[in-house]
Design a binder for this molecule. Structure first.
Ligand code: ATP
Length: 224
C-alpha cells in the first residue's frame, strides 16, 4: 500500500508571523469502500469532525428526479419500463438492464456521467480558496479510476462481515449483494489504492477511534 506523505507545514510557533493573506488550503479526500463496509457511517463521523461531505450516490439520485434532463434522457432511451407507478425512476429495473450488460451500462454512463461531473465540480468549486476538508464519498472510486485527491481513504471490511451487517440491519438480499460485490473491485484492489485505511472490523466505537486517527492524518495533509 502506498502512503502519501505531503510536505509538513512548520510548527505553529514558527508560523507566528505568517502573512494574513496566505491562501487557505482546501483538502480534498476521496472516501471509498466495498458494499456495506461502512462508508456512510464514516462519512457521517467525518462530518461530525468538521468535514463537508459530497455524496456521489445521492447526487446521482438528485440528477435523476423526474423533470431533469438526465431523467428525460433515460426514459427516452429505455422507455416507460424504467418509470415506476409514482412517476419516479424505477431504479431496480434500470439496474437490472445495465447489470451484466456493458453496452447498456455504457449508454447509461454516457447520460449520467457528464451531468454528474459538472454538478460535482460546481459543488466543489464553492469551497475553492477555503480551508475546508471536502470528503467525496464515491463507492466506485477505484472502479472508475477517479484521481486528483489529496488522499484516498478506504474503509476496509471483510465482505462476509459486511453481508452479515447488511442482512441484520437492512434485511438485504444476500445473493444480490454477492453479485454486486463480484462486479466491483476486490478488497485487495481497493487497499492498493488507499493512502489511509480505516479498519471497520470492530465495534462502532472502534471505528470512531479509527476516524479520529484519520481526521488527524487529513489535518496533516494541509500542513504544506
Ligand atoms: P452501502 O454500500 O450500502 O452504501 P456503506 O458502505 O455506506 O453501505 P454503512 O451504511 O455505513 O455502509 O454501514 C452498513 C451497515 O453496517 C449499517 O447498518 C451500519 O449501521 C452498520 N455498521 C457500520 N459500521 C459498523 C460497526 N463497526 N459495527 C456494527 N455495525 C456497523
Amino acid at each position: 500500500m502506498q502512503v502519501t506523505r505531503l510536505p509538513r507545514r512548520p510548527a505553529p510557533e514558527a508560523r507566528a508571523d505568517r502573512p494574513r493573506w496566505r491562501l487557505a488550503t482546501l483538502i480534498e479526500i476521496g472516501l471509498t469502500g466495498g458494499i456495506g463496509s461502512g462508508k456512510s457511517t464514516v462519512a457521517a463521523m467525518l462530518a461530525d469532525r468538521g468535514a463537508v461531505v459530497l455524496d456521489s450516490d445521492s447526487l446521482v439520485r438528485e440528477l435523476q428526479v423526474p423533470g431533469t434532463a438526465v431523467f428525460e434522457a433515460i426514459v427516452a432511451q429505455w422507455g416507460e419500463r424504467v418509470v415506476a407507478d409514482d412517476g419516479t425512476l424505477n431504479r431496480g429495473e434500470l439496474a437490472s438492464i445495465v447489470f451484466d450488460d456493458p453496452a447498456e451500462l455504457e449508454l447509461l454512463n454516457a447520460i449520467v456521467h457528464p451531468a454528474h461531473a459538472i454538478e460535482m465540480e460546481r459543488r466543489r468549486s464553492v469551497y475553492e480558496g477555503t480551508d475546508t476538508v471536502l470528503v467525496f464519498d464515491i463507492p466506485l472510486l477505484v472502479e472508475v479510476g477517479r484521481g486528483g485527491f489529496d488522499g484516498v481513504v478506504v474503509v476496509d471490511l471483510d465482505p462476509e462481515t459486511a453481508i452479515q451487517r447488511l442482512a441484520a440491519d437492512r434485511g438485504l438480499d444476500e445473493a444480490d449483494a454477492r453479485r454486486r460485490m463480484a462486479n466491483q473491485a476486490s478488497r485487495a484492489e481497493r487497499l492498493d489504492r488507499a493512502d489511509f485505511v480505516l479498519d471497520n472490523g470492530g465495534t462502532k466505537a472502534d471505528l470512531a477511534a479509527e476516524v479520529d486517527r484519520c481526521w488527524e492524518w487529513i489535518g496533516s495533509l494541509g500542513e504544506g
